[in-house]
Design a protein around this ligand. Structure first.
Ligand SMILES: NC(=O)c1ccc[n+]([C@@H]2O[C@H](COP(=O)([O-])OP(=O)(O)OC[C@H]3O[C@@H](n4cnc5c(N)ncnc54)[C@H](OP(=O)(O)O)[C@@H]3O)[C@@H](O)[C@H]2O)c1
Length: 255
């Protein structure tokens, strides 16, 4: 019988995502902030059991305060394999792994030293490597891995060479993993500029001005939101036909 225009017998088709997320175990590396927090928030709302990984106990505590006590938090540095191994070992079964974590060095190439480049590859590339190494063997049937890279890989920006290389490395890694780890699905969301705490290093006026000016240069006239990035992550968690895909959501920056 239709209720508010929705045929209840078709409910799994009308609301495939919420039903698919109920009681699923979702690990979000970087989930205490920005796009990762938006993924965690929505996963909790859809009934998933969420585990958040980050370095800062206070950021994790703040996220748990917002999302509720059902969320498990894990203090770990993604650049340290032993940290990642012990977090993953503590979670008995996992359905979805998402990593949004990044700690990047923006400098022109001739100013970059090895430590800057290692920093950019740390959470962004080695984090996913360690997560996949330890989580992939224990993913449940129907499991997914989603990396968040970034449009710096496709749209050159002065000062972004190390970041571009780290993002591009993730895109390449995911395509091979989609083949090797199948039927686990492995995908990448590559966002353009979006409003998140990553921009909080700028003072309020400059932050607003910078994001507005980026936005004005784009076909849709604005930068993205954390929810829009999370939405793309949810697409990959729920769409059983998508694997080895890099989804660029960048307001048409490359159009
Ligand atoms: N925001 C943008 O405009 C933009 C544009 C293109 C691409 N991206 C990409 O989109 C993703 C999400 O960005 P965002 O702006 O939402 O991020 P964000 O708010 O800056 O959050 C990054 C998260 O990563 C965690 N993290 C960093 N290094 C870590 C490490 N070594 N171990 C564990 N956790 C670590 C941080 O927590 P702790 O510091 O507590 O560890 C934080 O929770 C990133 O990969 C970013 O590069 C962002």
């Amino acid at each position: 019988m239709p209720i508010r225009g929705i045929n209840i017998s078709n409910i799994s088709k009308d609301f495939p995502m919420s039903i698919k997320m109920k009681d699923k175990v979702v690990v979000v590396a970087g989930g205490a902030s920005g796009a990762g927090l938006a993924v965690s928030r929505r996963a909790v709302a859809e009934g998933a059991q969420v585990h958040i990984i980050g370095r800062s106990p206070s950021n994790l505590g703040r996220a748990q305060g917002e999302l509720g006590a059902s969320v498990r938090t894990h203090v770990a540095d993604l650049t340290v394999e032993a940290d990642v191994e012990s977090v993953i070992a503590a979670i008995p079964a996992i359905d979805h792994v998402v990593t949004t974590a990044a700690d990047l060095a923006f400098k022109t190439f001739l100013q970059l030293d090895d430590a800057d480049i290692e920093r950019s590859f740390g959470a962004k590339f080695w984090g996913p490597v360690y997560l996949v190494r330890h989580a992939a063997p224990k993913l449940n049937a129907g499991g997914t891995i989603t990396f968040v890279s970034g449009s710096a890989a496709y749209k050159a920006t002065a000062g972004g060479s190390a970041v571009a290389a780290a993002n591009a490395a993730l895109d390449g890694l995911a395509r091979t993993l989609a083949l090797e780890l199948a039927p686990t699905r492995v995908n990448v969301v590559s966002p353009g500029i979006f409003d998140s705490p990553t921009w909080d290093f700028l003072d309020n006026d400059l932050r607003k001005q910078t994001l507005e000016s980026f936005g004005a240069s784009l076909p849709i006239g604005r930068v993205g939101t954390v929810e829009e990035v999370a939405d793309a992550v949810f697409f990959f968690m729920s769409n059983g036909f998508a694997t080895g895909t890099v989804l660029q959501i960048d307001a048409g920056a490359n159009a």
